[in-house]
Write a protein that binds this ligand. Sequence first.
Ligand code: NAD
Ligand code: WQD
Length: 339
Amino acid sequence: MQKILVTGGAGYIGSHTVVELQQSGYDVVIVDDLSNSATSVLKGIEKITGIIPEFEQLDCTDYAGLDGVFIKHKDIAAVIHFAASKAVGESVAKPLKYYRNNLMSLINVLEVMQKHGVDNIVFSSSCTVYGQPDELPVSERAPRKPAESPYGNTKQICEDMIVDAVKSGAKVKASLLRYFNPIGAHPSAEIGELPLGVPQNLIPFVTQTAAGIRAKLSVFGNDYNTPDGSCIRDYINVVDLAKAHVIAVKRLLENKSKKPVEVFNLGTGRGLSVLEVVKTFEKVTGVKLNHEIVGRRAGDIEQVWANPDFANRELGWKAVETIEDTLASAWKWQQKLMR
Ligand code: NAD
Ligand code: WQD
C-alpha cells in the first residue's frame, strides 16, 4: 500500500481528500498543526472509512519536525500539500503571517522531500491566481494577474517556487491544482467545513444564516455587469474536488504526467451568481434565507468560472455533483454541527 503524506489533512479539503485516498486503497499520514482544524475531524474520517489515519500534530514551518516525520514514515511516496493559512481578509491585515506560513511550509516540504528522495507533490493552488480573467471561461493558459491580496500572492509565489525547483534540476514532479470555489460537505455529514468565527465565504455564511446563527446574509453588490448584477463563481463540490487529488497523485506515482509540472483547473465549468445560489439554497432546503443587497466587497472579482477541459481530458476527472445536492450537503453538515 502506498503511503501519502497529507499536510493540512485535518482541514476542510484535506479531510475529504484523506477519505477518498483511503477509499482508493492508499495509506495516509496527516501532518496538521490544528491551527484551523480539530482532532474531531479524525474521528469523522474514521466514521466514514473505518480507518483512523495516522496523525502527526506539527507545524510545517518546523523543518526538523517535518524531517522527523519523513524519518519515521520511511515509505512516503507522495505529498499532497494543503497546509496553509487561507483567509483573504486576514492576509491583508497580517501579511507576514501569510508569507511566513505559506511560503516557509512549502519550502520545508520541498526540501525535506528532496532529502528523503520523495519526488511527487500535489499542491493546492487557487483560481485567485487569475484575478479577473480577460476571457471566460478561464483556461490554464490564461495569464496570471497581479495578486489582489497577500494570500493570493503566496499562491503565485508557491507555484513559482515549485516551477523554479524543477527548472533547477530538482527531481520533483508536481501537479498544481487551481481550485475554483470549493463548497459542500461529505454526504455522510461526518466531515465538512469548520469556519472559525464569522465566516468570510459565501456558503458557510448562508448555512449559518439559515440556521439562525447569523441574522442576515449580505449580498455584496447587485450592480455588476452580470445577468442579475451579482458576482459569478464556479462552485465545486468538495468531494468531487477531493477525488481529483487522488487521480492527480496516482498520475504522478504512475509517471503518467506529460511534464514535470502540470497545472489543472478544478471547477465545474459553470458559473453561478450569488443570487442564484441563494434561490437554489432556498429551493433545496425549504428554508427562507434572510438576505439583503449591500455594497460591493472590496477586491471582489466580478465573474470567474473554469474551463476544466484539460483536467477532464488528462485526468479523466469531471465534477459530477449537482449544485442542489452540494448545497443540501452543506445544510446537512450545518445541522449536524448544531446538534
Ligand atoms: P483549511 O484551513 O480547512 O485547511 C488547512 C489545514 O492546514 C488546517 O487544518 C490547518 O490547521 C492546517 N495548517 C495551516 N498551516 C499549517 C502549518 N504551518 N502546518 C501544518 N498544518 C497547517 O483550508 P482548506 O479550505 O481545506 O484549504 C486547503 C488548501 O486549499 C489551502 O492551501 C488553501 O489555500 C487552498 N485553497 C482553498 C480554497 C477554499 O476556498 N477553501 C480555494 C483555493 C485553494
Ligand atoms: C463568493 C461570492 C462574494 C460572502 C475566496 C478567495 C479565493 C478562494 C475562494 C482560496 C462573492 C459573495 C460572499 C457574503 C456575499 N480561496 N459573498 N456575501 O471571494 O470567490 O473567493 O474563496 O484560494 O482566493 O478569495 O469566495 O465565498 O468569499 O465569495 O455576497 O457574505 O459570494 O462577493 O461574489 P471568493 P467567497
